[in-house]
Structures are given as structure tokens and as C-alpha cells.
Write a protein that binds this ligand. Sequence first.
Ligand code: 5GP
Ligand code: MG
Length: 178
Amino acid sequence: MMRVDGWRLGDPVFTADRIATRVGELAAAISADYAGDELTVISILKGSYIFLADLTRALSIPVRVDFLGLSSYVGAESSGEFEWNARMTTSIRDRQVLLIEDIADTGRTLRHVIDHLAADEPLSIRVCAFLDKPMRRVVDIPIDYVGFEIPDHFVVGYGLDYEGWFRQLPHIATLERA
Ligand code: 5GP
Ligand code: MG
């Protein structure tokens, strides 16, 4: 049992097998929607890195990958004030863009990123979130592809962390007090 800083893992919410099946379905849907076209996939660091790796390897269209990173200034919940800690190096002007996020919570992160990228005049911007907590939404955002909807529980694994820990898990689990 993995324990860190007084926390331990709860029961699995999504097993690695279930995740693999769902990621395959998402990749098939995205490949079909962009058939005959090409895609610039932009991963929001750090939580989306495992999802990004699995999803892009299952896509059948030409893809380039870039990264951007931002963190919320205040507190655990995103405040709407962000600091960039990684910038893209590819131009997205006149490109089809797909944003990859680990989880949509209040929606503030995605709103901020979408508004920022729109200034570079891409042809289109769509959003693919591995997890979605719709009842937590504060800011309205379009999410075009969702892996799984979940209730308002803090989860870790498959790239999602608690203070940097637990990203390595191949499944999604809740956190409980040890
Ligand atoms: P939003 O800006 O939508 O409120 O926040 C999205 C970010 O909050 C995610 O990228 C993620 O870093 C963090 N987050 C929200 N819910 C969870 C959760 O259940 N587990 C983890 N590990 N991070 C979460
Ligand atoms: Mg994140």
C-alpha cells in the first residue's frame, strides 16, 4: 500500500484496463473527426503527460505535440490568476488545435488557456479532458472529448498528483487519510 505524508490510496476508481479501453475509444473518435486533416496536440503540464502519451500513440492522423504549463497563484483550488511555467515553441496560426488536460474542475485553467491560445488565431481549438467534474464548474468551457465524468472527490494516478506524488499509478484512485 502506497502511503505519503499521512495519505494512503483508496479503492481504484478506474482500473488500468478500463482506462486503456476508454483512451482507445477517444483516440478513434478524434482520428475520425480529423480524418484527412492534421492536428496540433497541446498538453497542459504536468498532469496530462501519461494521458497524452497513451492517446497520441493511438491516433491515426498526423500529429505534432507541444506543451504548456501554468500554475495557479493562490491555494489548492485554481484562483483564476495564473503563472506560466512552460511556453509552447510551435506556431498554431491556422492550425487545428486539440488541448489535452488531465481533469476539468472549476474550468478556470482551461478558460485561461483557451483565451490565451485564441490570440494566436488557430483554425480551431477543441478540448480533450481525461476526467471531468461537471458539478464543480464555475467557468463555462466547451469540452469536446471526455474520458470519464467523476463526482467531487479528489483523485490521483495516471498522471494526476497530490503534491507531486502518485502520478506513477497506472490506475485512478481516491486519497484517504492514512
Ligand atoms: P480547474 O482550473 O479546472 O479548477 O483545475 C484544474 C486543475 O485542478 C487540474 O489540472 C488539476 O491540476 C487540479 N485538480 C482538480 N481536481 C483534481 C483531482 O481530483 N485530483 C488532482 N490530482 N488534481 C485535481
Ligand atoms: Mg493540472
